[in-house]
Design a protein around this ligand. Sequence first.
Ligand SMILES: [Fe+2]
Ligand SMILES: [Fe+2]
Length: 292
Amino acid sequence: MTAVRGEERYRRIVESIDRLPSLPAVAGRLIDVVNSPDSSADDAAELIEKDPALTSKLLRLANSAFYGMPRTISSVSSAVVILGFNTIRSVALSASIMKMFPGKGAGAAFDHARFWRHSIVSAMIARSIARRLFNFMMIDPESAFCAGILHDIGRLIFAQFAPEDCGSACEYAKANSVPLVDAESAVMGITHARIGSILADKWALPPDLESALVFHHDPGHAPSGKELVSVVHLADTVCHAASVDLWEGEAAPRPWDGVREYLRIGDDDYAALQEEAAKSIERSDEFFSIIG
Ligand SMILES: [Fe+2]
Ligand SMILES: [Fe+2]
């Protein structure tokens, strides 16, 4: 019976995702521009400038303490050159998603601002981990940022399209002191990771990003892109350890045992990352107030 209810619920959520609009043209085309080796900064700038709201958000963010640039960035093209294609892609995607899911009707159990804080700090920590790996593993830090910011996007879908179930899953997790991902399986028969993959398909996100959404709780089983998935997984773990989570006392998802060894993150590195996560909260709130 539970399985049947789970399937029905799953079908309804998939239909809701199906009815979602495609990514706004600018964000969708930016993904293509970023993926194409022939693209130039001017191509990206030209696209962004077609969207005045995005242009102003991008310039405000580029000049905010979030990036802490030493001089004023006054044009979109210099923002693209200085911040990089992948950063621009993250900003455009985040702005589109925040606009599409403004948090209304998500149900009292879902703390929208706290969700984005967890996502943004995870992104900052994922970027920081990627930078530390440069000696032996090439992961673009801005791709890590993008994967980090989107990793729990399935939760936003649950909150929007299945607010009661989402609330029950939160209650179940709290009552049984289990990670929310386990509560989702128990209550809904599906997890936010699976839902993230359906959204990634719908929006034609690049495969490395899709893999990070699907396997961020289980990087050991990622069939491809294991490096990026592991970085996001560790960033998520660090955030939970630093209490950058969805509610006070949320049980942390089970970490993959091999992740720190795989990424060569020792105890000192881990402690430094945890401290960085706690310190990043203020900057993440700034990102949210400008982009959201
Ligand atoms: Fe997650
Ligand atoms: Fe997470």
